[in-house]
Design a protein. Structure first.
Length: 117
């Protein structure tokens, strides 16, 4: 079985999925980033397709960049000016040919993540 990667974003401040949030995926190679894909979250806060499908899956280290600043601004969750959160990076490893799910729980002033299912 080949592995693959999914993600989603939940807006914990508003109590809903974070729709329209841009996500980039990179593979870390020799401490450098190699761009793999980009997606926008749908109305359910998920990407329409796997962010990394089984045909492209490789064991290794990856980084998801969640572009939260634009999303937070669109929903008027902070005052004007420099935001506390703009881009949230999550660097993680995938060591087995399995389904990996990396969600982001987001608010204007904090976030958390975990290995989901």
């Amino acid at each position: 079985m080949a592995g693959y990667l999914t993600t989603h974003v939940l807006d914990t401040a508003r109590g809903c999925p974070a729709a329209g949030l841009r996500i980039e995926l990179y593979k870390i190679v020799s401490n450098s980033r190699k761009f793999l894909s980009e997606a926008l979250t749908n109305d359910d806060g998920r990407t329409n397709e796997q962010i990394l499908n089984s045909a492209e899956f490789e064991i290794g280290e990856y980084e998801l960049l969640f572009h939260c600043g634009d999303y937070i601004s669109r929903h008027s969750q902070v005052s004007e000016g420099v935001q506390f959160l703009n881009i949230v990076p999550i660097r993680f490893g995938m060591s087995e040919n399995l389904h990996y799910h990396v969600p982001l729980l987001l608010s204007p002033y904090g976030y958390s993540t975990y290995r989901g299912s």
